[in-house]
Write a protein that binds this ligand. Sequence first.
Ligand code: CA
Length: 515
Amino acid sequence: MNAPDTPRTIRIHPDDNVAVVVNDGGLPAGTALPGGPTLVQTVPQGHKVALADLPAGTVVRRYNVVIGHTAVDIPAGGWVNEQRLVMPEARSLQGLPAPQPPADLPPLEGHSFQGYRNADGSVGTRNLLAVTTTVQCVAGVLEFAVERIKKDLLPHYPNVDGVVGLTHSYGCGVAIDAPDAIIPIRTVRNLASNPNFGGEVMVLSLGCEKLQPERLLPPGSIPISDQRQGPDVVVLQDEKHVGFMSMIDSILTQAKTHLERLNRRQRTTCPVSELVVGVQCGGSDAFSGVTANPAVGFATDLLVRAGATVMFSENTEVRDAVDQLTRRAATQAVADAIVRELGWYDAYLARGQADRSANTTPGNKKGGLSNIAEKAMGSIVKSGNGPIHGVIGPGEKVNRKGLIFAATPASDFICGTLQLAAGMTLHVFTTGRGTPYGLAECPVIKVATRNDLARRWHDLMDINAGRIASGEATIDELGWELFHRMLAVASGEKTWAEKWGLHNDLVLFNPAPIT
Ligand code: CA
């Protein structure tokens, strides 16, 4: 390990003309970089230093990709930050490279996890009772009922991990026949059949809402444990209910039936190919693309080699790398689907008079990410190096194994919600600035990009990828560590967010009008 005061920078590619400062607290003016220039000003941790004189208008390369051009003259040893860098135009979606996919990665055998196998063939990593809702109006009643279930029923079903109310803001006051309304509707529908819920579908409805239970869950639309019965539905406006406790008793009576069946589920040895993993980043910094995301990318390749399903997402964070994606597409149909989804998203943003540059946050910039082009290059490495086998739209269920582009907004909770609807049973989340993000519906393994964050948030971060920057571990070593941790967590080991009970709300993506 290097002494803490040794100046350390990372240049990703030999052709890059900037490097990123690694040292905690940054480096002061006058610091001589080993084999590089002397800093002409203080450069904060995670920020870029010019390795050569960069007169105004010079192309700036990181990851051997153009992340912009200089707005002013920056001397060698100067600080390249967002105010001194002009963002490049978005790559046109016309004339993109044809697929030239890398060869499929060699199979990886001999790894397994302990999962819950469902009647429809899917496999869960947790054993949860989930209650689906048709409309936000019922959320308060459900919250009350969930507390009662936890207190009065769960102690009798020790094999059940918990109970989750799938509440959301949709269901009424919306233009439900608008074409884009299919996105929130299919999201709520597919959430109900996440493999962690064992096919036990309970629905809580108000009665007068636009999203009626039969519209949400038409017969045969999702696998349900008891197909003859269909989903169990409690309707609050049903005339049989006299008084609030009548509603609560109905919910608890139904919950008992489902808890009894869930309690009989047993973990069995399952191949890694049964895992459905979603990868995401949030609160990113310049280290995200150097430490945590490459380690996740390495683990992604291991999972895909073992036959698993791995989803990467976050439209605005892959948009600037669209040419890399079409080149990596396994088939022309996959490339076309990538362009279709990103084109749709461009139009969605344009409708709101925004573009991909709306993505970056003040924290991203403070962490050294100057613009979305730079952020995207660091984000996309989570997808590893293999061919892209499939594409799904927002809220759709994933229906094949391999590496999948699940087109979602980059918003952490919306992306997480859509990946859950796609069937995600394990979530990997990298963060540099730090976020206590968690989901009640599936475990979230959080990976810190920096030693300083891992040290301060020692009981929130599950893996410290900062060791890559400090030279204590390689990307491969971290990738293997993450892979083994994923199998342990999939088998029941609790993440920090689970130990503390931290979880964010489900947040739907509704691009359709509200009425
Ligand atoms: Ca995100």
